[in-house]
Design a protein around this ligand. Structure first.
Ligand code: M6R
Length: 615
C-alpha cells in the first residue's frame, strides 16, 4: 500500500508531485508528505491526514520551487499515522531522503545494530531505518548512492518500492522494487516516478515498469540505468507504451469515482467482450485460453485464489465452471491457501483473480502454486501488474482504471471474463450443445444493455436508502448464483458505510442468523425468478413472520415477492448463470447512496486501500 511519486527535470516538481499524490491517494490516505529541493536547500513537509491537508500545509510552510521532488501518501504499517511517521524520512545526517511503499520485516534487528553505531530514530517506521542504513553503507563502503542502496537492500527482508535521493547530489533519484509496484516515466530531459503511471500520464506515454529485485538510477542528462539488485548486472531498460489516458482517470462530472465506475459497467463489459465474444460466428476467442486449452481440458480440478471482491468473483466462477463445463472447482482465500500447506498437483490449474494485480497474498499464492508445478492463469485488470507478469498465462478484464476503493466494475468484468472462459470450456468439452452454446453467447452479448436498464433503478434506490441509512446491521441473502452476490452486497455496504453487514446462503439463515431478525433488521434478499424461486419465497416468509424489513431484488414482472417485501427492486430477466452481472448493480447503488447519506468518504473509506500490497 502507500503511493509514491517523484520528479526530476526542468519543470517545478511540486505541482507534478502533489497532483500525482492526489491520483495515488487510492493506495493509502492516512498521512502524506513531500520533499522538494529548490536548487540550494531541501524542504520537507509532512502531515497526518489527506493529500489536501498536505497541500494546505506545504503552501503555508515551505517554498514550492525547484525541479527535484518526491512525495508519499501513506497507509500505515509501522507506527500510527502522525506527522513524524509520515514520509519522506531522512537519515541522521539529513542527506538521504527516502519514501517507501511496503514493509521491511527485519527492520528491528537493523535498527538495533544502527543504534549501537550511534544512530538515533525519531519515528516508529521501518523506512527511517532504511534511510539510515543507506547513510551508513555510504560512509563505511565509501560508495555513491546507487551502490549504497543496492548494498543496503541486500540486507533487507520484506517488500518495497522506494525512491531516494541524496541532497548533496540533487541530479539523481534512485528507485528499487521488490513486491510493490514502481513505474518510471521517461520524458525529454525529465523523469517521473510513480507507484503506477497515473502521476505522469499527461507528460509522457513511455514508461519502464521495474521488475522485482530491480533498481534504477535516474540521472538528469543520462539514460535510465536499470540494474539487478542481487547480482549487479546491468539490464536493458524495457520502455513500454502506456495504455492509460488522462480522461480515463478523471471523475467526468460524477460526485465520486465509485458512482462513475458503477455507471461505466455497460461499457466496461463491452470492452471485456471486445474481440473475444463473437456470437454471430458462434465462437469465443481468447488467446490465453486457446494457447492453453489442453491444460484446462485435462485439469484434474481448477483452484481459484483471490481476496475480497475478487474472491466473490471466484465463487461465481465456481458455479459457472461446474455448472456449464463440469470441471470441479475449489475457491480459496489467497491468504489461507498460501499458509495452509495445500495439496496442489501438476494437473491442477490455478486461476488467480485480482483487479490491481498487486495483492500480496494473491501473488504469494501464485508463487506457491507455481512452485508445486501447477499451471497458473491470471485474471487481472491492471496491465503489466505483478500478478499479470507472474502468471503463466492470463486474460485482462479491460475494465479501465478503477479508482474507488470499493470494487464495482472490476467485479462485473471479472465475472464476464470468467463466464467467457467457462462457456469456451463447456463448448470444447461438449457439455453444452452447439445450439445451447450459441444461444448463451447471444444472452451474454445482451448483458451490457441489461446493465444499462438496471441503472435506471437509481432514483428508486435513493428513496430506499433514505429509509435505511441509519441502520446498524444488515443481512444479505441469496441462493445459488445469487449467494456470491449477497456476499458482495454485504461487503460493499460494510466497507463504505461502516454498517455491519453479512451475506449468507438464504437456506443457512435458519441455522443461526434467523435469531437476529426482528423489526430492526433489514434483510436484502436477491430473489430472482431463476434462483430457486419457491425456496427463496419461503425464506422471505420466514423473515416476514419475524417482522424483518425486506428489500428484495426481483425479476421484472414479479408479483408474489413484491407483495411481501417492504421494497422490491426489479431487474431485467436473463438466464440464471448471468444473473450475478445484473443483480449486483442495485446492491452497489444501495451501498453507495447509504454511504453518501451517512457522510462517509465513499472513494476512500477509513482504514482501507485500493491495492493491498502487505500481507
Ligand atoms: O486488487 P484485488 O482484486 O486483488 O483486491 C482484492 C481486495 O483487496 C479487493 O477486492 C477489496 O476487497 C475491495 N475493496 C472490495 O471492494
Amino acid at each position: 500500500m502507500c503511493g509514491i511519486v517523484g520528479y526530476i527535470g526542468y519543470r517545478d516538481a511540486y505541482p507534478i508531485v502533489i497532483k500525482g499524490l492526489e491520483r495515488l491517494e487510492y493506495r493509502g490516505y492516512d498521512s502524506a508528505g513531500v520533499a522538494l529541493y529548490d536548487g540550494e536547500e531541501l524542504h520537507i513537509c509532512k502531515t497526518k491526514g489527506k493529500v489536501s491537508d498536505l497541500k494546505d500545509k506545504v503552501e503555508k510552510d515551505i517554498p514550492t520551487k525547484g525541479s527535484l521532488g518526491i512525495g508519499h501518501t501513506r497507509w500505515a504499517t509501522h507506527g500510527v499515522p502522525n506527522d513524524v511517521n509520515s514520509h519522506p524520512h531522512q537519515s541522521n545526517s539529513g542527506d538521504i531522503v527516502l519514501i517507501h511503499n511496503g514493509i521491511i520485516e527485519n527492520y528491528a534487528s537493523i535498527k538495533q545494530e544502527l543504534t549501537k553505531r550511534g544512530y538515533s530514530f525519531y519515528s516508529d517506521t521501518d523506512t527511517e531505518v532504511l534511510a539510515n542504513l543507506i547513510q551508513e553503507v555510504m560512509k563505511i563502503e565509501k560508495v555513491k548512492l546507487g551502490k549504497a542502496v543496492q548494498i543496503a537492500l541486500k540486507q533487507v527482508v520484506g517488500a518495497y518500492a522506494i525512491a531516494v535521493f541524496d541532497r548533496r547530489k540533487p541530479d539523481e533519484i534512485v528507485v528499487a522494487r521488490l513486491g510493490s509496484p514502481l513505474a518510471i516515466g521517461i520524458g525529454k530531459n525529465e523523469y517521473f516516478v510513480g507507484s503506477d503511471a497515473s502521476p505522469f500520464i499527461e507528460y509522457t506515454s513511455n514508461a519502464i515498469y521495474l521488475e522485482d529485485e530491480e533498481m534504477a538510477i535516474i540521472r538528469i542528462g543520462r539514460d535510465v540505468k536499470v540494474r539487478s539488485i542481487n547480482d549487479d548486472e546491468q539490464l536493458d531498460a524495457n520502455i513500454q507504451e502506456l495504455q492509460l489516458s488522462l480522461e480515463q482517470i478523471e471523475k467526468k462530472g460524477y460526485d465520486h469515482f465509485m458512482l462513475k465506475e458503477i455507471y461505466e459497467q455497460p461499457s466496461a463489459i463491452l470492452d471485456t467482450f471486445r474481440g473475444r465474444l463473437l456470437p454471430n460466428e458462434g465462437i469465443i476467442k481468447m488467446s490465453g485460453i486457446e494457447d492453453n486449452l489442453s491444460k484446462f481440458l485435462n485439469a484434474n480440478r481448477i483452484v481459484i485464489v483471490a481476496c475480497g471482491t475478487s474472491w466473490h468473483a471466484g465463487l461465481v466462477a465456481e458455479y459457472l465452471f461446474e455448472d456449464l463445463a463440469r470441471i470441479p472447482v475449489e475457491v480459496e482465500y489467497a491468504s489461507e491457501f498460501r499458509y495452509r500447506n495445500p495439496v496442489i498437483k501438476r494437473d491442477d490449474v490455478v486461476i488467480a483473480i485480482s483487479q490491481s494485480g498487486e495483492t500480496a497474498d494473491t501473488l504469494a499464492a501464485i508463487k506457491l502454486a507455481k512452485s508445486m508445478g501447477a499451471f497458473v492463469f491470471g485474471v487481472c485488470n491492471v496491465v503489466g501488474s505483478s500478478i499479470a507478469r507472474e502468471t503463466n498465462a492470463g486474460a485482462y478484464t479491460h475494465a479501465g482504471p478503477e479508482i474507488g476503493v470499493a470494487s464495482t466494475k472490476a467485479f462485473t468484468t471479472q465475472i464476464t471474463v470468467l463466464t467467457l472462459i467457462a462457456l469456451r470450456l463447456a463448448n470444447a468439452k461438449g457439455t453444452l450443445s452447439t445450439s445451447d452454446y450459441k444461444k448463451c453467447l447471444f444472452d451474454l452479448e445482451a448483458i451490457p444493455r441489461r446493465v444499462e436498464e438496471v441503472l435506471d433503478v437509481n432514483d428508486q434506490i435513493v428513496k430506499i436508502a433514505e429509509n435505511y441509512s441509519d441502520v446498524a446491521n444488515c443481512l444479505y441473502l441469496g441462493r445459488k448464483y445469487n449467494f456470491p452476490v449477497a456476499l458482495e452486497g454485504a461487503l460493499k455496504l460494510k466497507e463504505i458505510s461502516y454498517i455491519h453487514a453479512e451475506g449468507y446462503p438464504a437456506a443457512e439463515m435458519k441455522h443461526g442468523p434467523i435469531a437476529l431478525i426482528d423489526e430492526q433488521m433489514p434483510v436484502v434478499v436477491i430473489a430472482t425468478k431463476k434462483g430457486n424461486y419457491e425456496k427463496i419465497v419461503s425464506n422471505i416468509q420466514e423473515i416476514k413472520s419475524r417482522r424483518g424489513r425486506i428489500i428484495a431484488v426481483v425479476t421484472q414482472g414479479d408479483t408474489m415477492i413484491k407483495e411481501m417485501a417492504d421494497y422490491a427492486i426489479e431487474i431485467p430477466e436473463t438466464v440464471e448463470f448471468l444473473t450475478p452481472l445484473i443483480a449486483t448493480i442495485p446492491l452497489q447503488l444501495l451501498s453507495y447512496h447509504i454511504a453518501v447519506m451517512r457522510g462517509c468518504n465513499v472513494d476512500q473509506p477509513r482504514n482501507l486501500a485500493k491495492s493491498v500490497t502487505v500481507e
